[in-house]
Design a protein around this ligand. Structure first.
Ligand code: FE2
Length: 364
């Protein structure tokens, strides 16, 4: 860890602000295989919100809805629809991390708060990211509860079992044209992250649209944050569609890692999760482009799983349709066999598939 890097131990959780947390939580449980581990709401003394904590291996999602018309959560939902509010990082010392971040130019959203109950305490501070997105800095001192003080633990969730998702691989944001550089610089300056790679809009282009993407990551690659901005294509790109539908910048997708993508995706499909279509021709080209892989090409084609190779190995990935009514947040399921990239070779094939969906919505 470089001396410049803010001590970030990894993701703590990702919180979504949604219109109906009870139903969103049920979707993530029944379709994505998350288990309900904690709840906060009026019954636990949290009078302004309902908040469900969902876990699968190392992934923790929190889905929260506001209960009153004047709630900031309700206002956020009215503007953005369901979306990611907080990509929270685990830190060893929240007050120290906040102080360092603010001295490096971050905007403070909330001062460090010590949340305590009979089990112990957790300290949380929050800084602003792009748009209405924030990063909480969470310091846990062996807190034994399922999430935070104020939440009640829930045991023995009766919904279907996990689908094999294991960790958050990366979190991708979309920002306006011209904002990719400043936000990359923000993560370099404030968190001490470094830039992994840069895809120009020539790398990621179809006949109609393009985008640029830069990736910042911590020194050990636990936290990887690609940032996209729209390119100057002939037509309205999927990034612009997101920015319009979300009414500003925000988190475009969460990539969740599995050690067995065939089984994970087969199960998720059986539970009704919709993935992007992949044209059959993709697999003829992919076999030549990627070479030998350990999985069956028939399984990959049947499940619409994309394949890419870089210098270090290959990866398998697949993208869901947006998971709410607006064409905003979606999920990627990824399995890595050595490859450390993000599927550059798939971008064109993927974007062509996304653009077919845009056409169907009349947005291209
Ligand atoms: Fe991704």
């Amino acid at each position: 860890m470089s001396s410049r890097q803010l001590p970030v131990l990894g993701y703590d959780h990702v919180e979504l602000w949604v219109g109906n947390a009870k139903q969103a939580a049920h979707y993530y449980r029944s379709a994505f295989g998350f288990q309900l581990v904690a709840y906060a709401g009026p019954e636990t003394g949290m009078t302004d919100r309902a908040s469900y904590v969902l876990e699968q291996a190392d992934i923790r999602l929190v889905v929260t809805a506001g209960l009153h018309a004047d709630s900031e959560i309700v206002a956020h939902h009215a503007r953005h629809g369901d979306g990611v509010r907080d990509v929270a990082f685990r830190v060893p010392d929240a007050a120290e991390a906040l102080d360092l971040a603010v001295r490096r130019g971050a905007e403070m959203v909330r001062e460090p708060r010590v949340l305590a109950d009979g089990h112990g305490k957790v300290t949380v501070a929050t800084i602003a990211a792009h748009g209405d997105t924030v990063h909480s800095l969470v310091e846990r001192e062996d807190y034994p509860g399922a999430h935070l003080p104020g939440y009640r633990d829930c045991d023995d969730d009766p919904v279907p079992p996990p689908v094999g998702l294991r960790s958050i691989d990366h979190v991708v944001s979309n920002v306006h044209l011209g904002d990719m550089e400043p936000w990359t610089a923000f993560y370099e300056r404030v968190l001490g992250f470094s830039q992994l790679r840069h895809f120009s809009d020539e790398d990621i282009a179809t006949a109609d649209t393009s985008l640029s993407s830069k990736v910042v990551a911590d020194d050990v690659g636990r936290v990887k944050l690609p940032i996209n901005e729209p390119g100057q294509g002939a037509k309205r790109s999927q990034i612009e569609e997101f920015l319009d539908a979300y009414r500003g910048p925000g988190v475009q997708h969460l990539a969740l890692e599995t050690p067995d993508i065939i089984s994970t995706v087969r199960t998720m499909r059986a539970r009704g999760v919709a993935f992007l279509d992949v044209p059959a021709e993709y697999y003829e080209q992919a076999r030549e482009r990627v070479g030998e892989v350990g999985e069956s090409w028939n399984d990959l084609a049947e499940l619409g799983i994309l394949v890419d190779r870089d210098e270090e190995g290959y990866l398998l990935q697949v993208f869901t349709e947006p998971v709410q009514d607006r064409p905003t947040l979606f999920y990627e399921i990824i399995q890595r066999h050595g490859a450390t990239g993000f599927g550059l070779g798939n971008f064109r094939a993927l974007f062509e598939a996304i653009e077919r969906a845009q056409h169907r919505r009349g947005n291209l």
